[in-house]
Design a protein around this ligand. Structure first.
Ligand code: PGA
Length: 258
C-alpha cells in the first residue's frame, strides 16, 4: 500500500478547499489502482471537506491534534472535535510546529498519547536540521525524536502508525533528500517501529516529506522502503498534486502487474 498525504498548511479559503477536494476526486476517477489519499486542510475547511470525501477514496486528516479529547486548551482542537469532523488521521510534531510554535518533544509526546487513545491514526513527523546532517548525526537525532514521542506509550493493537521522515532542510526548499538518504533513514525508522516497539509490519508506514513535486514523486514512490509521501506546497496546486497521485497510481499498477 502506498499513501499520499496532502498537508495544505495555513492555506486556502473554504471555497478554494472545496474546489481542490473536487479536483483530487476527479484525478482518481477511472483509475483501477490508487494510493491511500489523505488530505489535511486547514481546520477551517475540515467540515466542508468532510461532506465531500464521505464515501469516497479520500480520507481526512488534521494538521495537529489537541493534547486531550476536550478541555481547557484555548486555541487547540480536541481529539473528540476532530473525530466529530470526520478526521481519521492527525499530523503530529511537524517541524513548523516544533520550530515556530515551540512544540518540544514533551508536547509532541502528549499529543501522541491523546491520538493513540483515539480512533485517529497518527502521522508523526521527525527529521533533522541541516547542521545535524552535516555533523553526521541525523540518525541519532531522528531516533531520539522517535524515542521521546513513543516513550511509555500504550500502543493499541490493530492501530496503524505512520511516521513521516521530513528533514527540516528539505521542507519548502526545493531541495528534497535523495532516495538513498531517505531509504537509509526509513530503514532505521522501520527497524525502531518493528523491533523496539514490536509493532506489526502491516500496521507501520514510513512516509517521506520535503519538496516532493510532480517531477520527483515517482522516483520516491517506486522505492519499496518508501510507503508514501507527505506533500506540502505541491499539494495545493491541483495539477501538480494530480500528477503526484498519478505517479503513485503508476507505481501501484506496475507492482500489481509483476
Ligand atoms: P513541502 O512541505 O512539500 O512544501 O516541502 C512538506 C511538509 O511540510 O509537510
Amino acid at each position: 500500500m502506498k499513501y499520499v498525504v496532502a498537508n495544505w498548511k495555513m492555506n486556502l479559503s473554504v471555497r478554494e478547499s472545496i474546489a481542490l477536494v473536487r479536483s483530487i476526486l476527479r484525478s482518481v476517477q477511472g483509475r483501477k489502482h490508487f494510493p491511500g489519499i489523505v488530505i489535511c486542510p486547514s481546520a477551517t475547511a475540515l467540515a466542508e471537506a468532510h461532506k465531500l470525501v464521505t464515501r469516497t477514496h479520500l480520507a481526512l486528516g488534521a494538521q495537529n491534534a489537541g493534547p486531550d479529547r476536550a478541555g481547557a486548551f484555548t486555541g487547540e482542537i480536541g481529539i473528540a472535535q476532530l473525530e466529530d469532523l470526520g478526521c481519521q488521521y492527525a499530523i503530529l510534531g511537524h517541524s513548523e510546529r516544533r520550530l515556530k510554535f515551540g512544540e518540544d518533544d514533551a508536547v509532541v509526546h502528549d499529543r501522541l498519547t491523546a491520538v493513540l487513545a483515539s480512533n485517529l491514526t497518527p502521522i508523526l513527523c521527525v527529521g533533522e536540521p541541516m547542521e545535524v546532517r552535516q555533523a553526521e548525526q541525523a540518525e541519532e537525532y531522528v531516533l531520539r525524536q522517535l524515542k521521546q514521542a513513543f516513550a511509555n506509550q500504550k500502543l493499541p493493537r490493530g492501530k496503524s502508525f505512520m511516521v513521516a521522515y521530513e528533514p527540516v532542510w528539505a521542507i519548502g526548499s526545493g531541495q528534497p533528500a535523495s532516495p538513498e538518504q531517505i531509504v537509509a533513514m526509513h530503514k532505521l525508522i522501520r527497524e525502531y517501529l518493528l523491533h523496539e516497539l514490536k509493532l506489526p509490519t502491516d500496521h507501520c508506514f514510513v512516509l517521506y516529506g520535503g519538496s516532493v513535486a510532480a517531477k520527483n514523486a515517482y522516483q520516491f514512490l517506486r522505492e519499496p522502503e518508501i510507503d508514501g509521501l507527505l506533500v506540502g506546497g505541491a499539494s495545493i496546486k491541483a495539477n501538480e498534486f494530480a500528477q503526484i497521485i498519478g505517479a503513485a497510481c503508476d507505481v501501484i499498477e506496475a507492482q500489481a502487474s509483476v
